[in-house]
Design a binder for this molecule. Structure first.
Ligand code: UPG
Ligand code: MN
Length: 731
């Protein structure tokens, strides 16, 4: 065998180009031509003043901006790649001689993130198919809640039964909640005896019951409080916004006496609530992650850090080994700063009613950025090297110490370590340090993840995107419209904040990362700005229609061709991408509707709030998305019925106004019999498409009687705005 093949055989991962590029490039080239023709037509046919000039120029501006944005989105489509790992080679080469891993889980509020959900995630990551003594799991509780601590304490006991069960029968997934709901009635449990299965299930159900009862009543039974010293940290004065630092090591994996029911070692398990005082800003999740980095450095100090949101349980017990195939690869590993898995969800409905599946973004955009030098860090399901999170720059000579954290601890007692850890997470610890800036996760941005990942790329590191067949992590996607819009507002606002700061990928990344990657980052950074042209496009052409102002070329003119081509190609290609990424036809259609809705609400609000923040009129916030919904809402979610709910948020008014406006204009336009059809046909089609897309909105406004329909106050307000809209003169 030649040395070349020998070397190739040793690679721990492979990179493959994705197919379909010829089709894509043909599409892109003809689209580009079409877009240029459209812009040329717009720029050269501006009507005279008083005959719709302003409206026309507005269309030109909107189309110009969409064209620029389209070009930016092509950066990730040019040559996307896939990664594949070889865990057998890893096993062959390293046996169990693998690095330690610290796993960070963040939670913020026991009511929108129920502790029983949080501990299912915790248990799933404790049960990785990996040497237990090398895993340390940390829970950061920004709610500072005794309820969450109690749940974690319960989990530390249940783990002694759960981990041996998982390993003995090699079950998947290893989140007890997910496992029992999946295996119920499906005979997945035929590996173990039904008796054993029921036994452990009952234990789990009882624990869950105890935790849920405690959360409902808000109190922990006194006799339980005697069972662990940690409960003493809470007294009546403690609130989520004001409390001392709390660090409790619930399981010390370094202590050889702590074993599970099979006599095997257990992973370390730590509860942490950093100090909170109303006077001090806590920097939300970024602050929590930085606190975890420091606390873990005195307890386990592992060279690899995995971080997950509290709802993102591990769905595949081999993910650590997969990630290590990248870090430990001899040819490329030294360049790789982090390994990112996609965000997948376990509560998706079949047709993706709120467009939350992120299929296309996972399948196309993340892989595309990977090919351009590194996918972004998206906050959850990501393995980092500790050194890199702590600000290290890339250098060829740097050798990672993979044995870090492996050594036995000295004589230090647990209390001493806890005290030391507490001193690292006080409110003032970070003052006058580089934490949140050069060290750790960055502060001041609602998408701390993206900005931190960008900085890591700019320090010279690469990242890889790993999307295995079996999803590595599954979380809870927002299950109501309000929660979806809230999440996207935070994302679009955060990303625009980056664009308008010194971290703008074009400035900050200039000379450090490829232009293609700068553009890739820009796709998100500019989300919020797309709100304006979209709003214009769904309001002005229909208004022009009823007022008899033509805004598109006549259908009989040759100039209609580029307009029709661009519109059709964009639609067909997005359908093709969606189907290829695993969406259904209806899912794609729902996704299109959600695109429109998000753009005219979340992105618009994100845009406005970013500007307000820049002007110093508002402060950054991080509203946690709820991971629970009431039974009624859950049922409608299952049935894929849009949920507006009882609140009459201004977002709904925008949605309803746009829907009504298009309907009225379409009907109004159709009733004008003397209208020159060939002049207005394109306008009719656009308006008609928007109306068809909005059918569920009309239903929610007029036909539905359930609690999730559009409140009449919203409908009334939108009728008011509709009348105002007709007063706008088209000049
Ligand atoms: O003050 C806070 C606020 C949030 N969180 C945690 O941050 C995570 C993400 O919050 P969530 O409300 O679920 O937001 P998502 O929009 O679902 O989060 C996505 O987007 C965020 C950035 O906006 C990233 O931080 C997340 O990792 C990513 O999953 C959760 O575990 C929270 O408990 C905190 O620890 N402290
Ligand atoms: Mn979330």
């Amino acid at each position: 065998m030649t040395t070349e093949t020998n070397r190739r055989r040793r690679r721990l991962f492979a990179t493959e180009k994705m197919g379909g590029r010829a089709v894509y490039r043909f599409q892109a080239a003809t689209m580009a031509a079409g877009i240029l023709l459209v812009l040329y037509y717009r720029a050269t046919r501006v009507p005279a003043a008083g005959e719709g000039r302003a409206a026309w120029v507005g269309m030109l501006a909107a189309e110009l901006w969409c064209a620029v944005y389209w070009v930016i989105t092509q950066s990730v489509r040019w040559c996307p790649i896939r990664r594949r790992t070889f865990k057998d080679r890893l096993a062959e080469r390293y046996k169990e001689n693998l690095p330690c891993v610290d796993i960070f889980v963040c939670t913020a509020d026991p009511h929108s993130e129920p502790p029983s959900l949080v501990i299912s995630t915790i248990l799933s990551v404790m049960a990785y198919n990996y040497p237990s003594e090398k895993i340390s799991v940390y829970l950061s509780d920004d709610g500072g809640s005794i309820l969450t601590f109690y749940a974690l304490w319960e989990a530390s006991i249940f783990a002694k039964k759960w981990l041996p069960f998982c390993k003995r029968y090699n079950i998947e997934p290893r989140s007890p909640a997910a496992y029992f709901s999946e295996s119920e009635g499906r005979h997945i449990h035929n590996l173990c005896t039904p008796k054993e299965w029921s036994l452990i299930k009952d234990l789990y159900e009882q624990m869950r019951e105890r935790i849920d009862t405690a959360v409902m009543s808000g109190k922990i039974p006194e006799e339980i409080k005697l069972k662990h010293k940690g409960f003493k940290e809470w007294n009546s004065e403690i609130t989520s916004k004001s409390h001392q630092p709390i660090v409790q090591i619930l399981i010390d994996g370094k202590c050889r006496d702590v074993v599970d029911d099979d006599g095997h070692e257990l992973p370390t398990l730590v509860y942490m609530a950093r100090e909170k005082r109303p006077k001090y800003h806590h920097n939300f999740k970024a602050g929590a992650l930085n606190a975890l980095i420091r606390v873990s450095s005195v307890i386990s100090d592992s060279p690899v850090i995995l971080n997950v949101d509290c709802d993102m349980y591990s769905n595949c017990s081999d993910s650590i080994r997969d990630a290590l195939c990248f870090f430990l690869d001899e040819e490329m590993g030294h360049k790789i700063g982090f390994v990112q898995y996609p965000q997948n969800y376990n509560n998706m409905t079949q047709n993706n009613i709120y467009g939350n599946s992120l299929n296309v973004s996972n399948h196309v955009e993340m892989s595309g950025m990977d090919s351009a030098g590194g996918c972004p860090y998206i906050g959850t399901g990501c393995f980092h090297r500790r050194e890199i999170l702590c600000g290290r720059k890339f250098s060829k000579d740097y050798k990672e110490d993979w044995n870090r954290g492996i050594k036995e601890r000295g004589q230090e007692k647990l209390n001493e370590i806890e005290d030391k850890a507490k001193s690292l997470v006080t409110c003032t610890y970070e003052h006058r340090t580089e934490w949140g800036n050069e060290i750790g996760v960055k502060y001041g941005c609602p998408v701390e993840d993206v900005i931190t990942g960008l900085a890591i790329h700019c320090r010279g590191w690469k990242s890889v995107y790993m999307s295995p067949q079996r999803a590595a992590f599954l979380g809870v996607a927002p299950a109501t419209l309000a929660q979806t819009l809230l999440q996207h507002k935070r994302w679009s606002e955060g990303c625009l904040t980056i664009f308008l700061s010194k971290y703008c990928s074009f400035l900050f990344g200039h000379g450090k990362i490829s232009l293609q990657l700068q553009m890739g980052y820009c796709i998100g950074e500019l989300w919020a700005t797309i709100s304006l042209p979209t709003l214009y496009y769904v309001m002005i052409p229909p208004l022009c229609l009823v007022k008899g102002t033509p805004i598109f070329p006549e259908i009989t003119s040759l100039w209609a061709i580029p307009f029709i081509y661009v519109f059709c190609m964009k639609t067909v290609y997005s359908l093709y991408e969606a189907l290829l990424s695993g969406d259904t036809l209806k899912g794609w259609w729902n996704g299109q509707r959600m695109w429109m809705i998000r753009r005219i609400t979340s992105y618009l609000y994100g845009f406005i709030d970013t500007i307000r923040k820049l002007l110093g009129l508002s402060k950054m916030s991080f509203k946690v998305t709820a991971k629970v919904s009431d039974d009624d809402e859950a049922k409608r979610y299952e049935q894929e019925i849009l949920e507006f709910g009882s609140s009459s948020s201004p977002e709904y008014v925008i949605i309803a106004t746009v829907a009504l406006l298009n309907f009225v204009c379409l009907v109004g336009g159709l009733s004008l019999w003397n209208i020159p059809w060939n002049v207005f046909l394109l306008q009719f089609i656009l308006c008609g498409m928007i109306v068809i897309m909005n059918i569920p909105i009309y239903e929610a406004m007029l036909l539905r009687k359930d609690k999730g329909s559009i409140p009449s106050s919203v409908t009334l307000a939108s009728v008011g705005f509709l009348m105002l809209a007709f007063l706008v003169p088209i000049v």
